[in-house]
Design a binder for this molecule. Structure first.
Ligand code: PFF
Length: 460
């Protein structure tokens, strides 16, 4: 049986509630917006294969480690890490790992909210029939006009950040559990409908080929880093989001089974999104590597030409907004839990303060797509040539901060924490299951992350 501590922030009503909330955190823009466009930019199949390997060998073991640490500590990641380090007879400096996560979550939310605002705006565009019978050029120019005007982006970013603040202020159990219960199955059914449409679009097999046929000549060292970074991003790992959710998990739930289920659901959603987008890309002679606008330039075309497209399209963007919403909540939860514990402020106060700061920081992303579109702060380095502030924020958080956080979590769980403590909390017994987890987290994960890092900076 795991530790008997309780969290001051409350607890999930059941294991299912945790599964739903953690899946709500994992499934979001990462699966439907980001996975297709980075797959398109990095050449398809080989990239997808590396991503899948990272999910299995790095993602799932780290998710188990994070949930385990969270449930054992039952506090915000900062205090959990400090306490568990002291408990294992080490110095309290591990709390800085918690802080790294708080900062990563803050930075990610600042741009996540802007992109979620795009999805929100597209709910209305689709509902008003803007895309009905639109041409590829028409849809692309609607998108570029949209992101070219900062006022609009600012409006939707503000609205989305307000939505996030409201749910976070109400606490983990008020609302979130209920929303996710309907959202997840809804999103899944919508994707099944869309895959059905893509199957009849004429280029389904070309789309599948692009997604699943690995051509290793197309993947670069940086591509491998991006695939690994995305495995962390899509499963919400490396920054304490899953740790803080784990701290609200009842003591008797099986961490291993739960983690595998969440990872499978998340991966399925991403692959389905790819199976919808790429056939549409090829059927309309579009370019798979157009970048962050990919889904906003392809899906409206599909909706504009399918029967009932206004209805399905509107519903799809509503569900996408909800999926982003349940993820954004978990991005800011570590910071809010930490403020409540360490500063003694109320949840509402903490949520509003963090929301306002994050909103302000989000302006960098808003302007990256228009008035600062040509501003590449690190352009003097070849590697970062042409990268806007948004590109840099995304690169820094997904490809550096999250894998680094994950690496340190693995080291902590397998090298610092006592074997008995992790065995007790994971409840896997002493046999093969526990030993394989420990082997992965102790050796495979840290070595793999380190190799990918070193190769990306061309040291090896
Ligand atoms: N996993 C979310 C997505 O795929 O959209 C994004 C995310 C949420 C990343 C929470 C990190 C996190 F802690």
């Amino acid at each position: 049986m795991g530790s008997k501590r309780v969290s001051i922030h409350g607890q999930w009503s059941s294991r299912w509630a945790f599964i739903l909330a953690a899946t709500g955190s994992a499934v979001g823009l990462g699966n439907i917006w980001k996975f297709p466009y980075i797959t398109g930019e990095n050449g398809g199949g080989a990239f997808v294969l590396v991503y899948l390997i990272c999910i299995a060998l790095i993602g799932i073991p780290i998710m188990m480690a994070e949930v385990m640490l969270g449930r054992r500590g039952r506090q915000s990641p900062v205090n959990t890490m400090e306490m568990l380090a002291v408990e294992a007879g080490h110095r309290p400096y591990w709390k800085w790992l918690g802080w790294l996560g708080v900062i990563a979550g803050f930075l990610i939310l600042s741009y996540y909210s802007v992109i979620a605002g795009w999805a929100l705006a597209y709910v209305f565009r689709t509902a008003f029939g803007v895309f009905t019978l639109a041409t590829p050029d028409g849809v692309s120019s609607i998108f570029s006009d949209f992101i070219g005007a900062p006022e609009g982006l600012l409006f939707w970013h503000t609205l989305f950040m307000l939505m996030t603040m409201i749910v976070v202020a109400r606490g983990v159990r008020g609302g979130l559990e209920k929303v996710v219960k309907f959202l997840m199955p809804g999103l899944f059914i919508m994707l099944v409908v869309l895959v059905g449409y893509a199957m009849n679009s004429g280029e389904f097999s070309r789309g599948l080929d692009f997604l699943f046929y690995p051509d290793f000549s197309k993947i670069t060292r940086d591509g491998v880093l991006i695939a690994m970074g995305h495995a962390f991003f899509t499963l919400s790992l490396g920054m304490g989001a899953i740790m803080v959710y784990g701290s609200y998990l009842p003591s008797h739930a099986s961490i291993a089974r739960t983690s595998v289920m969440i990872a499978l659901a998340d991966t399925l959603v991403a692959l389905m999104a790819g199976m919808v987008i790429f056939p549409v890309v090829f059927a309309n002679n579009l370019e798979p590597g157009v970048g962050p606008g990919l889904i906003f330039q392809t899906l409206p075309l599909a909706f504009g030409h399918m029967p009932g497209g206004v209805f399905f399209g509107t519903l799809f963007f509503i569900l996408l907004t909800f999926a982003a919403w349940s993820s954004s909540i978990s991005l800011i939860e570590p910071a809010v839990a930490c403020l409540v514990e360490n500063r003694g402020v109320s949840r509402i106060h903490a949520a509003v303060t963090m929301g306002i700061l994050c909103w302000l920081f989000g302006l960098l992303t808003v302007f990256s797509f228009n008035i600062w579109a040509d501003f590449a702060p690190l352009g003097m380095f070849e590697h970062f040539e042409g990268k806007t502030l948004f590109d840099l924020l995304d690169y820094l958080t997904s490809n550096i901060m999250l894998p680094l956080g994950g690496l340190l979590i693995a080291i902590f769980a397998a090298w610092i924490m006592k074997c008995e403590a992790s065995r007790d909390e994971l409840e896997l017994g002493e046999g093969f299951a526990y030993m394989s987890w420990r082997f992965l987290v102790r050796y495979i994960t840290p070595i793999a992350v380190m190799i990918v890092f070193l190769r990306a900076i061309e040291v090896i």
